[in-house]
Design a protein around this ligand. Sequence first.
Ligand code: EPS
Length: 390
Amino acid sequence: MSLRVLRFLTAGESHGKGLVAILEGIPANLELSAEEINRELSRRQRGYGRGGRMKIEKDRVEFLSGVRFGKTIGSPIAMAIWNRDYENWKEKMATEGRPLQGYTPFTRPRPGHADLAGGIKYNQRDLRNILERSSARETAARVAVGAVCKKFLSEFGIKIGSYIRVLGGYKVKEMPIDLWSRHLKAEQSEVRIPNPLEDNFVKTLIDKAKEKGETLGGIIEVFALNVPPGLGSHIQWDRRLDGRIAQAMMSIQAIKGVEIGNGFETGFLPGSKVMDEIGWKEDKGFFRYTNRLGGTEGGITNGQPIVVRIAMKPIPTLMSPLRSVDINTKEEVKASRERSDVTAVPAASVVAEAMLAIVLTDVLLEKLGGDFMEEVKERFELYLKHVSSF
Ligand code: EPS
């Protein structure tokens, strides 16, 4: 378990009544509104290449507990996001009774989805019982949790953003602008890329993939700014922040790779091209000339931006399906087709922000402790004094 102070769980099936999240450990007296969470939920819903579902949903959070008169009260924050699509699935997803006559179970597992592995594990012969929970719909609940954490972090000046570097094999041209500007540009783009001139080209790639019944993956960069040095620790494997971030990122549906800073590239370069040289100035204290290591050394933040890249595989639901085997007849068949997205890389980018916010909130609270915001902030100021006087 990568979280040490915070705890959160989500529940809910993709076409069930809704998603819920319970988040415990956020200090009392944090100002919080549903609107702030809804903003993040709608960011997750955007993105060119999504399927019909996002036209049905208009994700909104409902606080069930933990917030009173616009402020957290220290108790678990329970949040619900109701599925509008449930109206169309009420019979198929009923919690009681039996399936209606004529209902066809899902028996043709999609390669790359959890269908077959989950079916074997949980002894389910209707693989819908697996896919309903493995669906990336669950990430709406994570984004709600992440939105609370983003709000918490913003009280300490910490900002999180993201943009897409690669989509469908196309490497977006590097923009010579800072990370936050890339994020802001990506906010304006339907494919979350920082270069508006390439928007149409990337959209055409998605259109072409759709025509072929294909799906597309990509590489996302997610980052955090203004993170103080000294979060995480070198002293034990499970305290190392880079390990905690990697676990959180790999837990996102369809993520197959994680690197911090220049990650895999560092294996191709000599040490002098990998390390970030140290400088010191009266007005800003210690600084680095570069940020190749992505803001962590020895599993501890070093005061540089935290930069994480993640690789997302293409969505496994193909409209030109791959070979599979029917779990009942054992005959070779084409995998089932379900309504799905051509690409969800832009959405995953927002989910990655949420996961980074959750891990950083956890590690900041681990460092500072405190049960109410005033207390946490006082300790933060004290710590910053230590940092600047070191
Ligand atoms: C998703 C909802 C799903 C898919 C997608 C993510 O809706 P539906 O299955 O009803 O079309 O759009 O799920 C997957 C990519 C997947 O593999 O399950 C969402 O809310 O993000």
